[in-house]
Every structure is written in structure tokens, then in C-alpha cells.
Design a protein around this ligand. Structure first.
Ligand SMILES: [Zn+2]
Length: 866
């Protein structure tokens, strides 16, 4: 799964207090060093009368082995029910038994029977709303298979389920605009199984250490396309105008990876080595489908080759759905993406989908083919998916791009860590399994794999991954199986590496310094992480690069104490000393002795992206001419992130150069940054150039930045352009237009926002609603009242996207706040009364919205409303 949307939201500060930033509570008893599987309380703890056993999230015990699931489903769209028939083939896992317990959340059961020789015999069962326990017709041995047949109605909307961090709710099956009332949105249906929500639509053993083959018949109105796991074997029209599509998945996979999607799609097909590739997009995106899922065939080749295991499944389909609860989900052969990936060719210039497409694809090895046995072991899925993004970028876009990505991922982990959410990577102590979808399982895990690769070397790394996959094909794994695979290949005991990185928490905080005298270079490396914390002292094989006039030499030292000084005989004072020169170590670090001159030297002589990036960061505040020259030279760096960094660090007096980059830099993000700077000059000489960029550049972000800058320099011209662009169906442009209209303060532009909001999707809505309410604040009472009525309706409508509902409610809250302010300044009694009336009415609306709300997360956020 992909959780990045949440990180974006967090960074704009909207989810303060939501479950992503929740600190896993560690009470006194648990706050001990926990090794992998052994939890042994100390004697003192045992002696305590109130001793409480620490939480240990164990892998589910396997009592039965689910071998095959056969489903036949149709839907009651009005009631949002699934009408299902399930035939499950099972056998006891080891011990004989005459009882079977299945997960089945919120079902009505119509028939529960044992199926033997084609005959269904009803049997007794108990049901508690979450699990059904079925009496078998006899005691079965592990060598004996049996079948159960169940007819049921699944009612996902009538479940009371808790929302979570990566997944905004967990009802398994989602009907989108089921009765077609909302004309701005297609009718769709889709599923989301991870973590344990597949059992909201079919009875199963809903644990990641279970796996089975699958077949499914889906009956829908003929106008719909369907998608499910495996290959479509038949598609038959029925007498009642419906159609039944039949899918067979002949390789076993975990129940959380089962999927369905239904909607009016354009399906674009191609193939890779005889395996069908399918791209499901909304019909108007048909021309862009291959670009949306760009490089899919090349990625299949890349991952198959580098892992040495050919893509193991019979199909690869990717589908975009509305209102998805996560970023994307790696359902085997049927990946679901949120609509944010659905873009036109122009939108794809600014942001392609490579990373997320690579992420979901490599999950088909790490996650789908080899699956984490428990949610504590989730990093075995997500760290590889995260690192798969790096691997692909390194291959396709070059090492600089991959390293820039890794830096951002590490920053993501560090910011989560700074919020106090720290735990072992393989975390047996989580409170809620959904908490595992965080900056540890993804970002930190990816960074750890990168360290492992650098330690063992590329050949050993990929050989070990190959060995790990081959040893565990179609089965479940825990982290030790990864360690053993690396040990088998390299011949080295790697417990030390796994213990500190996989089974412990935190990261080193390093301080590097050096002195030189009398041919002796002394390099001091100190691990400064709090000695009282549970973060260990790390063992690290640390390279040190020493640059002199004779070139660069590399020394490798073992760092395994808090503070160590290493002495090297060097015949001249080095120009530069770089500890951890490839920035491999996951750590916070400080170079305490590096001078400005050394950073200048580093910019020109270091080979790594971070050599240049960090040099610019340090030099941008320096007045030394050599430092200033680095910034100017970096404007011509081959890598766009460095050019953009330099551009943002550039002092005054370079405006023409900035304008030239805004017009013709190869990368749209550099052009965008350059144009944003042009607005700050206020120089009318640039008006003509900005207008020509608005007319000609293909990238929306660039056009949006040019428009915003034009507004800063010449707001009359900007308003003319805004009215020309307000029909563009692109959130960046609409947001730039919205900015201009909001700044104009003219209430006649309110209708622009009101017309655009219903069709808008994606997280651009947050700023768009802000612009709307800033303009609305100054409108007259009838206009405000009318708008608040609209906002209330939107906020209360369950068919509207969660975040849009949130924004609508927030608008009411913002306007109410601005009226409270106005009331404070108003002295006229009549005006005071009418303001008071509005304030009371809007407060009432917010109370009503909260009454109808069932989404616990939204309710939590509403609590911050004043
Ligand atoms: Zn993932």
C-alpha cells in the first residue's frame, strides 16, 4: 500500500492530532530493550505484584489451511449490499479438528453448509458479527480436505469500523455514487482488503499468513467494466440485461490482496512477454492511459531482471478509482490507484507517476509473492516497495535522482521520529495494526535496505534478494528469513546488523570532526544519541574519504563505540575529509570542523548529489566570493534539484538569469521556481515575458507560477489572464486563478469558486477552499448565508469525498470566526444583532454536521473548530 498522501496532509498541518502522529504508548514495563522474539521480564519486574505482560503482537496461529476460494457475487446498489455465494476448500493445518472459524464482518447468513460430493448439508454455526464458527460434519485430519458453502449478504456500510492512518476507513467494499445522484462523479465500486477488511465482503481467514487460489464470478449491469485478480476466463450476458464476468487466479495469494473494481472505464491494453497489461481509466483519459502508467512494461523487465525472478503472475492490471482510501494498493494483478494519478499529458509533465507505479509493481514480489506473516513484519512488504522506487529511479533517471528521493524519504522518517513516534522497525508492540503504515515501515526500512546493499555490495545484495524470493515463493515470511537469506549468500553472520536496524529503534546521531598536524590526520567520530534512551550504540563500517593534491583515498574503519578517534598518516593537509562519503548511513549528522573553503572544494570535487546539495545549503549564507560563485555555477548543474536549490539560494542582481531559467530550463519544476522569484522583483519589464510563458508553456505548474507572478507585478493584466484561464480543468491553474480572484477582493468572483468546487478533486481543494473563504469573508450577509447553506449541504453529503466535506465544514467554521472578529469591532446595535444571528446559525450548522458524521477521524478534526 501507499501511504504518502497522509504525509502530504500532515505537512500542511491539517491532521494535527490524528492517528498518524499518535505516539505508541510505552508504559514503564515495556520500556526495556526488547530483542526479537524473546520477552523476558527482569526479576524485579516479576516480583512486582502489579506486573503486566508487555504487549506482544504474535503471528496468527494457523488452525486451518485455506486452499481455494470460489465466489459468486452481485450487488444491491440501492442498499449498498453484496449478495454472495462462497465455496471454500480447506484442510486442518496440522492438528485434527471438527470446528472451523472464519472471519466474516457484518454479514447476514442465508445458508451455511458442508459441501460433499455435490451435496450441500446445512450445519450448525455460531456468529458474533465478526467471526462465524462452523461445526464440521466430522473431525478432519490434516490430510483431509473439505468444502464449506455459504450464502450471505455483506453490508459494509452498516459496519461500525474504526478509521485508521493509512486507510481512512476499513469497510472493505466501497460503493461510490451508487445511485448516480451526483452528476459530477462516476458510479463505481471497489474494494480495499489491507489490513483485514476483505472479510467485510467474503468469508475467509483474514490473516496475512494465509493464502489460497481464487475464482470469482461478478455480475453487474452490462454498461460496467469489471476487474478482479487473475485472468478473465469468460464474460456472458444474462437474460436480465446483466453480465457475468468470470476470473480465475491460479496462484495462491493472501486474502487481503483479493480485489474487485467496477465502473464505466476505458480499458487500454498492451502486453509484456505474453502477459496481458491492462490500464483502467475514466473514458476521457483514454488517450493518456499509457502515459499515466508510463514505463510499466520496462519496469516489469527491470524488476524481473534485477531480482532474477520473472514477474510471477498471469496478468498486470492497474485501475484508477474515485475517493480511494489510500494512495494505491498492490492487490495481486489488479492494482488500485487513487484518482490523483489520473492526469492528462500536460499534467504529467509536472509530476509523472513513476514512483507509485514502481512501488505497487515491486510489491508483486515483496508483499504478494512473498508476504509478511504478520503486521509486525509489514516492513518486509513496504521497505522493499519503498526501496523499489529508489532502484527504478537509479536505473531510469540516474543516481542523483535516486539519491534526492532517498534524502526526501529519510527526511520523512526523521520528521515522524521528531514527532515522538519511535519504535522498532519490526514492531511487536504496536497498539493498532494500522499504525504500522508509517515512516518506519516505508521510509526507514527503505533506507536500511540501502545500507544493507552498501555493506554487502550490489552483487551480494541482489543475489540475496533472489535467494530470499526463491526460498519463500508463495509463502509468508518474518524478518529472520531475510537475514538468513543474506547470511546464506554472503557467508557472514548478520545478526548484528539486523538486531540494531530491524529489531531496535532510533538511529545514530553522529558528530564528525578532524584535525591535522605533523603528517597525522585525526578523525573523530562520535555517536551522540542519548545514552539513557533505548537507542543502541551502533556498529558501522564507516568509509572516510581523504582528498589531497594527489587525489582521493578511501579508508574503511569500524565504528562501534560512543567516541572514537582514527589516525591516518597523510603527507599534506587534506583539502577535504568526508566521513560516510556516500551518505549511506541513516543518521542525523554534523560536520563540526568543515570550513566554507572545504564546502566549496566539496561542491566541485564531490561526486555525490548530497556533496553538491549540502555544499549549497552551507554556502548560501556565506559572503565569500568563492561561495557566491558556487551558487552561480550550480545554476548550470546537470541535475535539476541542484539547479533549483541554487536558484532559491541566489541573491539579488541575477534577475535576468532567473527569468531566462523560467523561460527555458529543461525541467518544469526549475522553471516554476524561477518564475515564482520573478514576481518578487515587481519589475514591469518582465510582464511581456510572463504573458508569453502563460501562452506557450505546456506545464501547468509553470503557467500557474507565471500567472501568480504576473499578478504581483501587474494585477490588471493578471485578472484578464485569470478570466481566460478559469475554464482550465486543472487544479494548479484553478488555484492560481483563485489566488488572483481572492486578492482582488471582488465578490463577483465567488461564482468562479462555486462552479469549480463540485468537479474538483485532489488535495488542491484545501488551498482552493481557503481562497474561497478569504473572498467570502467580505461579502454581504445574504451572499454569505447562501454560501453557508451550500457548504452545509456538501459537508453533510456522504457521497462527497471525505476531504471535501471536511473543507466545506472548515469554511463554515472560518467564516463564523471572521464574523466573531467583526462583531468585536462593530458598535452599531442593529448590525451587531444581525451578525450575532449569523454566528449562532453557523454554529448550529456545525453542530448538525457533527451529529450526522460517522467518520471518527473527521469528528476528531472538527473538535479543533472554534
Ligand atoms: Zn506499499
Amino acid at each position: 500500500m501507499q501511504y504518502k498522501i497522509l504525509i502530504t496532509l500532515l505537512s500542511i498541518g491539517l491532521l494535527t492530532g490524528c492517528s498518524t502522529s499518535k505516539v505508541v504508548t510505552i508504559d514503564e514495563v515495556e520500556e526495556r530493550f526488547l530483542d526479537t522474539m524473546t520477552i523476558t521480564p527482569s526479576d524485579e519486574e516479576m516480583a512486582e505484584t502489579n506486573y503486566k505482560r508487555p504487549v506482544y503482537q504474535a503471528t496468527a496461529t494457523r488452525k486451518h489451511d485455506l486452499l481455494h476460494t470460489s465466489l459468486d457475487v452481485r450487488f444491491d446498489w440501492e442498499k449498498q449490499h453484496l449478495l454472495g455465494k462462497a465455496t471454500l476448500t480447506l484442510k486442518p493445518y496440522f492438528y485434527p479438528t471438527n470446528l472451523l472459524t472464519l472471519d466474516a464482518k457484518g454479514f447476514d447468513f442465508h445458508k451455511v453448509s458442508i459441501l460433499k460430493n455435490g451435496v450441500k448439508s446445512d450445519t450448525e454455526y455460531d456468529y458474533d458479527g465478526l467471526q462465524i464458527t462452523i461445526g464440521l460434519d466430522k473431525e478432519y485430519k490434516a490430510t483431509e480436505e473439505y468444502k464449506v458453502y455459504i450464502e450471505y449478504t455483506a453490508k459494509p456500510n452498516e459496519l461500525d469500523v474504526e478509521g485508521s492512518a493509512a486507510i481512512t476507513s476499513a469497510k472493505g467494499l466501497y460503493f461510490i455514487n451508487p445511485t448516480g445522484e451526483d452528476k459530477t462523479k462516476p458510479i463505481q465500486l471497489w474494494t480495499q482488503g489491507e489490513t483485514e477488511a476483505s472479510s467485510c465482503w467474503f468469508p475467509t481467514i483474514d490473516k496475512p499468513n494465509e493464502r489460497c487460489t481464487q475464482e470469482i464470478k461478478i455480475t453487474v449491469a452490462d454498461k460496467f467494466q469489471t476487474l478482479s485478480n487473475g485472468v478473465m476466463k469468460s464474460s456472458n450476458k444474462n437474460a436480465d440485461g446483466t453480465r457475468t464476468d468470470y476470473y480465475v487466479m491460479d496462484k495462491p495469494h493472501a486474502p487481503y490482496l483479493f480485489m474487485m473494481a467496477v465502473g464505466e472505464y476505458a480499458v487500454v491494453k498492451e502486453s509484456w512477454e505474453g502477459i496481458p497489461l491492462e490500464y483502467y481509466v475514466e473514458p476521457e483519459y483514454r488517450p493518456f492511459a499509457k502515459e499515466i502508467f508510463n514505463h510499466t512494461p520496462e519496469m516489469l523487465t527491470f524488476f524481473s531482471d534485477i531480482l532474477g525472478v520473472k514477474y510471477p503472475w498471469s496478468k498486470y492490471a492497474q485501475v484508477i478509482v474515485r475517493d480511494f482510501v489510500s494512495g494505491a494498493m498492490e492487490n495481486t494483478t489488479g492494482v488500485i490507484f487513487g484518482e490523483f494519478v489520473q492526469k492528462t499529458d500536460r499534467e504529467l509533465i509536472d509530476n509523472d507517476n513513476d514512483r507509485i507505479v514502481a512501488h505497487e509493481l515491486i510489491h508483486h514480489w515483496f508483499g504478494d509473492l512473498v508476504t509478511c506473516e504478520s503486521w509486525s513484519n509489514l516492513p518486509l512488504n513496504e521497505s522493499f516497495a519503498n526501496y523499489g522506487e529508489y532502484m527504478w529511479m537509479e536505473y531510469k533517471d540516474g543516481k542523483d535522482a535516486a539519491e534526492n528521493h532517498r534524502m526526501n524519504e529519510i527526511n520523512g522518517y526523521m520528521s515522524q521520529d521528531n514527532r515522538g513516534s519511535r519504535h522498532d522497525l519490526i514492531d511487536f508492540e504496536y497498539n493498532n495494526k494500522e499504525d504500522m503504515f508509517d515512516g518506519h515501515s516505508y521510509n526507514k526500512g527503505g533506507a536500511i535496505l540501502h545500507m544493507l546493499r552498501n555493506y554487502v555490495g550490489d552483487d551480494a545484495f541482489y543475489a540475496s534478494l533472489n535467494h530470499y524470493l526463491q526460498e519463500n515463493l508463495y509463502s509468508d515470511v518474518e524478518a529472520h528469513e531475510l537475514r538468513i537469506a543474506f547470511e546464506d549468500i554472503t557467508g557472514e553472520d548478520l545478526n548484528w546488523f539486523f538486531n540494531q536496524w530491524f529489531f531496535d529503534q532510533g538511529h545514530p546521531e553522529m558528530e564528525y570532526s578532524y584535525t591535522y598536524s605533523g603528517n597525522n590526520l585525526k578523525v573523530t567520530v562520535e555517536q551522540k544519541q542519548d545514552a539513557k534512551s533505548s537507542v543502541p550504540v551502533y556498529r558501522i563500517l564507516m568509509p572516510i574519504d581523504i582528498y589531497t593534491s594527489k587525489g582521493k583515498t578511501r579508508e574503511n574503519v569500524w565504528v562501534d563505540e560512543r567516541k572514537q578517534t582514527f589516525t591516518f598518516n597523510v603527507s599534506e593537509k587534506p583539502s577535504l575529509v568526508n566521513v560516510d562519503p556516500e551518505y549511506t548511513l541513516l543518521c542525523q549528522y554534523k560536520d563540526v570542523s568543515k570550513t566554507t573553503e572545504e564546502y566549496v572544494y566539496q561542491y566541485y570535487n564531490g561526486k555525490e548529489f548530497l556533496d553538491r546539495y549540502k555544499a549549497i545549503e552551507k554556502l548560501q549564507s556565506s559572503d565569500l566570493p568563492a561561495a557566491k560563485r558556487v551558487i552561480v555555477d550550480a545554476l548550470n548543474d546537470p541535475f535539476w534539484v541542484i539547479r533549483r536549490k541554487a536558484l532559491n539560494a541566489l541573491g539579488e542582481g541575477q534577475e535576468d538569469k532567473v527569468m531566462a531559467m523560467g523561460k527555458s530550463d529543461k525541467h518544469s519544476k526549475v522553471r516554476t521556481s524561477a518564475l515564482k522569484k520573478i514576481g518578487q522583483t515587481g519589475n514591469k519589464a518582465y510582464v511581456g515575458k510572463l504573458k508569453s510563458i502563460i501562452d506557450t508553456d505546456r506545464a501547468y505548474n509553470v503557467v500557474g507560477a507565471a500567472l501568480s507572478s504576473l499578478n504581483e507585478i501587474d494585477d490588471t493584466e493578471a485578472l484578464t489572464y485569470a478570466s481566460k484561464l478559469e475554464k482550465e480543468d486543472n487544479s494548479t491553474i484553478l488555484s492560481a486563478v483563485g489566488d488572483i480572484y481572492a486578492a482582488s477582493g471582488d465578490a463577483k468572483h465567488l461564482s468562479f469558486f462555486e462552479n469549480a468546487i463540485p468537479g474538483m478533486s485532489g488535495f488542491g481543494i484545501f488551498s482552493f477552499f481557503e481562497q474561497y473563504s478569504s473572498l467570502l469573508k467580505n461579502a454581504d450577509a445574504p451572499t454569505i448565508n447562501k454560501s453557508m447553506g451550500m457548504m452545509k449541504e456538501m459537508a453533510s453529503n456522504k457521497d462527497v469525498w471525505t476531504w471535501k466535506r471536511f473543507c466545506a465544514a472548515k469554511t463554515i467554521n472560518d467564516i463564523r470566526g471572521s464574523l466573531v472578529e467583526r462583531l468585536g469591532e462593530e458598535t452599531d446595535e442593529a448590525k451587531r444583532n444581525s451578525l450575532q444571528e449569523q454566528i449562532t446559525s453557523f454554529a448550529g450548522m456545525l453542530t448538525d454536521i457533527q451529529k450526522t458524521e460517522t467518520n471518527k477521524r473527521l469528528l476528531g478534526m472538527y473538535k479543533n473548530f472554534k
